[in-house]
Design a binder for this molecule. Structure first.
Ligand code: ATP
Length: 513
């Protein structure tokens, strides 16, 4: 645990020190769970968004994008169920006065059981050596089975109680499991209450005519209310999808895991409209496709897992999360939800406008079913960033901090470094920058010894350093140094563009999907 916490602290301080993420309004001591992206962070975030958009919109003939407004008619949130049901169950500890999400306290308890299982597996792997069969072990070892069954039973009971709004049972479960407040260590809990997560605001100048609005808590509804507009103007045929990225706002009760849970964050969502009855098939397909997208970034297959939901939201007939191994354990990174025809039917009812699709093949009108994929851009940022941050001990015994970002996502693709600040080397280096900057985000650095400049670039994840030296004057070649292997090669200046492009192109990375 302590090691995990240390790693997480390193992630947070590295993000600040190297210009990725700052606390919002820091000079006023910050604002809870609100963050600003800095000069490098904004590039990384933009590159992640682009990587998603390319895979989702540009590479799929039957998916188009939109950008709907954050403000929407207030009835949208009645129809979507957010006014009545977008709640989190909260519980207070009477001694520490700290507030928690009751479901998260229980999930954390189950995560501890999972950690115990992992420990047993590690111990057994050590004991059995090469002959160890993990699968066999976890399906036959009595202790592991009992942890697993206990965890499953707890989550099932919690799911049922939340679904039935039986908050007394959620509290009873917390008491039975003897969960203590991490701050006070006491079991002195209040009752569990529901808390709506939407931020309200007002539209209009005068108090009497002002209209109560909400800041959107998800981007999905902007897609549902535009379903017919896009379908008709784009002459879209089912199955087809509508994608968008944009800000969402939630008044999160517990928001203390850096950019994992923010009150203002960005989502990347895609709603895929299908024939009723085919949603299961599409749900499975999108689960698979989205996992492949994640794996294409090469961040380690072992760092992902699916979590199928027992507790379903009011609109869903199936739901799963893709969980990622963050520095604080496996947590939701993306949700894939089979949303049935709930949203479109509900908007039809509340707006009084017909929202049906005419299927020319079936010669029939129907309300399409929807499978959605929904990922938090900031959460993806944290996944990529925390996975990339590494400390390496080099052959000569020194250490380096390196951000091994997938090069397609790196904020700066190449740094151009004149070996010395004289003999015409800076001029050549600046000339290279002038050429490459049309294609890539590049940096120029002439300060300090070249080794220190390499380290600076390693720390922000720049995949290539290009050094101009005295040989360049003779043969027009430069040294290209690769961030991860630290290997150095000599290449011709005119080849630089194609060498870099080959490594960082969307095609190279997305073809792995
Ligand atoms: P959680 O259970 O963590 O609160 P959720 O199930 O409410 O998440 P969804 O409503 O399914 O989340 O939202 C889709 C995605 O949006 C999530 O998988 C996550 O990546 C992202 N997301 C949701 N809430 C936040 C938040 N407060 N801060 C950052 N990202 C978020």
């Amino acid at each position: 645990m302590a090691k995990q916490e240390d790693q997480f602290k390193k992630v947070v301080s590295h993000a600040k020190e190297y210009g990725f993420v700052f606390q919002s309004s820091e000079i006023y001591d910050g604002l809870g769970a609100v963050y600003d992206y800095a000069q490098n962070g904004v590039e990384l975030k933009k590159n992640i968004r682009e990587y998603w958009w390319k895979a989702m919109v540009q590479l799929n003939e039957n998916i188009v994008g939109i950008d709907s407004a954050i403000f929407m008619h207030p009835t949208v949130w009645k129809a979507s169920g957010h006014v009545d049901a977008f709640n989190d169950p909260l519980i207070d500890n009477k001694d520490s006065k700290k507030r928690y999400r009751a479901d998260v306290l229980i999930e954390d308890y189950v995560a501890k059981l999972d950690a115990k299982i992992e420990k047993e597996v590690k111990k057994a792997a050590k004991r059995f050596g090469d002959s160890f069969n993990k699968n066999e072990f976890i399906t036959t070892n009595a202790r592991v089975i009992s942890y697993k069954e206990k965890g499953e039973a707890i989550l099932k009971r919690m799911g049922k109680s939340l679904e039935n709004e039986d908050l007394a049972d959620v509290k009873a479960l917390i008491e039975e499991l003897e969960i203590v407040c991490p701050v006070s260590g006491s079991k002195n809990w209040t009752d569990v209450k529901q808390f709506n997560l939407m931020f309200g605001t007002k539209l209009g100048a005068s108090a009497d005519s002002a209209m109560d609005l909400y800041l959107r808590p998800e981007t999905a509804q902007g897609i549902f209310v535009n379903f017919l507009n896009v379908q008709k103007t784009g002459r879209m045929k089912i199955p087809f999808g509508i994608a968008q990225t944009g800000k969402a706002f939630r008044n999160e009760i517990v928001a203390r895991q850096f950019i994992f849970r923010m009150r203002e964050f960005e989502q990347m969502e895609m709603q895929f409209f299908v024939r009723p009855g085919t949603q299961k098939e599409w749900y499975e397909k999108w689960k698979e496709t989205r996992l492949k997208w994640h794996l294409s970034l090469g961040m380690g297959e072992e760092n992902y897992r699916f979590h199928n939901h027992d507790k379903l939201a009011h609109y869903a007939d199936a739901a799963a999360d893709i969980e990622f191994k963050f520095p604080f354990g496996f947590k939701e990174l993306e949700g894939i939800h089979s949303r049935t025809d709930f949203d479109l039917s509900s908007h039809e009812k509340f707006s009084g406008k017909k929202i049906k699709y005419f299927d020319t093949e079936l010669n029939e009108h129907y309300t399409p079913y929807v499978v959605e994929t929904s990922i938090g851009l900031d959460r993806m940022f944290l996944a990529v960033f925390s996975n990339a941050l590494q400390e390496e001990t080099l052959e000569n015994g020194t250490t380096r901090t390196v951000l091994k970002l997938p090069s397609v996502l790196a904020p700066v693709k190449a740094a151009i470094l004149p070996l010395v600040k004289k003999d015409g080397l800076p001029e050549i280096a600046k000339n290279i920058v002038s050429n490459l900057k049309w294609e890539f985000n590049v940096a120029y650095d002439e300060k300090d010894a070249v080794g220190r400049r390499y380290r600076r670039q390693d720390a922000v994840g720049t995949p290539f350093c290009i050094t101009v030296d005295h040989d360049t004057l003779k043969d027009n070649t430069v040294t290209i140094r690769y961030r991860d292997s630290m290997e150095q090669k000599r290449v011709k200046i005119e080849e630089l563009q194609s060498v870099i492009k080959k490594e960082i192109s969307h095609k190279k990375w997305l073809m792995r999907m």
